[in-house]
Every structure is written in C-alpha cells, then in structure tokens.
Design a protein around this ligand. Structure first.
Ligand SMILES: Nc1ncnc2c1ncn2[C@@H]1O[C@H](COP(=O)(O)OP(=O)(O)OP(=O)(O)O)[C@@H](O)[C@H]1O
Ligand SMILES: [Mg+2]
Length: 206
C-alpha cells in the first residue's frame, strides 16, 4: 500500500498532491492518505509500506515523525534527501562539491562580507532564506543595508533568469522536466509563474 502525506502548502492552483493521486488512480495503484499530525513516533501506525511525502511542515515536529516512520517503512523522498534539499547551504555545498554549475554563493554572519560579495558582483545579489521554499522571501538587493533579516545570510550572484527549470529525477535518472515563466524574479508557481512540461534539456539531464 502507498500512503500519501499531502503537501501542506498546496493551493487549488498549485496542487502537486492531487496530481500524484490522479496519476496513481490512472495507474490503478491503490493509496491512502496519511495524516502526519496523527502519527505517534513511538507507536507507528504503519509498517512495511511505501510512504510518499509530497511535502511536510517545517515545524520541528513533522521531519522527526518522518524519520521515525522511516525506521519501518520506505519513505520517498528519504529524510536524508529531504534534509539535503531543505537547506540551500547543503544543496549548494553538494553542487560545488561535484563540480556542477551553480551561481557564486556566499553564506556568512558578517554584514561586511555580505557587502564585499555585492561589490564583487556588479553591485547586486539575491537574498534567499536558507530553509525557504516556493520562492518565498527571495529578493534582489544592491547594498547590505537593504537586507533587514537577521544573520546568517545566504546570498547569490544574480544570474540571467528569464525562466526556472525543474528536472525530476528517480534514482540517478532524469525522467521529466518543467519550466516555469513569470515576468518577475521568482518564477515559482506559488509566485504566479506559469509551468509547462518540456523535453529534458540535454545538459540538465547529465
Ligand atoms: N541567483 C539567482 N539569480 C537570479 N534569480 C534567482 C537566483 N536564485 C533564485 N532565483 C529566482 O528565484 C526562484 C526561486 O529560487 P530557488 O529555487 O532557489 O528557491 P525556492 O524555490 O524558494 O526553494 P526550493 O527550490 O529550494 O524549494 C528561482 O526559480 C529564480 O526564478
Ligand atoms: Mg525552487
């Protein structure tokens, strides 16, 4: 049996959980919904199942519950993968580690270092919350004074950005891609971007 944990930030216009459910129904694959808030980590409600986490709340509770469920179930994506993707610092460190192309990035507590990074990158940079998602809290700035958030600061060189690509990977294989387009900085669907399925660009498949 597949148990689906719905993505908490789904909206009627951007509902990835219902797309997963529709696809499973089309395939004739049975599933149930698992309400994470009802899970007792010391008395697991399901074992030997596949648990498909479409999303979880960053509330200090749900990630722990998922780790407990993983003791007796196959959790997709694994909590290790979720942790790596949740932190932009870890994601970026991993990209640099394997030599994958990535915008220049700075992670610091120090506003002077922040200003130096801006000065070295044409007088502008993009601020992103370390554990951000759906494009929330991302903005371009031109001086460290404009950044009102508390440290630490994760900022990136501003790269050419007329669209956003998402490549879907199963195991080590790229199996699908979408692009999202909007007329502002963040092209996420949650920020009003328009998504379409595309052929996987060759360099991204690799
Ligand atoms: N360095 C950058 N330069 C220009 N635009 C950027 C940069 N980083 C992000 N953006 C814009 O902001 C959007 C969201 O950024 P990003 O994908 O890094 O964060 P997120 O969607 O909030 O989180 P995640 O993808 O990790 O769930 C990108 O799709 C892109 O449109
Ligand atoms: Mg994104």
């Amino acid at each position: 049996m597949i148990y689906i944990i719905p993505k908490p930030t789904d909206t009627p216009g951007d509902n990835s959980t219902s797309m997963v459910m529709d696809a499973l129904t089309k395939m004739g694959e049975p599933y149930k919904v698992l309400d994470l808030s009802s899970v007792d980590p010391f008395n697991l409600p399901v074992t030997d199942a596949t648990i498909w986490a479409c999303g979880i709340k960053q509330d200090g509770v749900q990630f722990e519950l998922l780790q407990a469920l993983e003791l007796e179930n196959r959790v997709i994506n694994s909590t290790k993968a979720i942790a790596a993707c949740a932190s932009k610092v870890v994601t970026t460190a991993r990209l640099f580690n394997i030599g994958a192309p990535s915008p220049a990035t700075c992670f610091t507590n120090d506003r002077k270092v922040l200003q130096k990074f801006v000065d070295e990158h044409d007088g502008r940079a993009v601020y992103k919350p370390v554990y951000g998602f759906d494009g929330n809290g991302i903005y371009m700035f031109h001086s460290a004074d404009e950044v009102k958030e508390e440290p630490p600061f994760y900022v990136q060189e501003c790269v050419k950005n007329d669209r956003d690509f998402r490549i879907f990977v199963i195991g080590n294989k790229a199996v699908g891609a979408i692009q999202r387009v909007s007329d502002h900085l963040t092209h996420n669907i949650h920020q009003g971007g328009c998504g379409t399925a595309i052929e996987i660009p060759k360099e991204m498949a690799e």
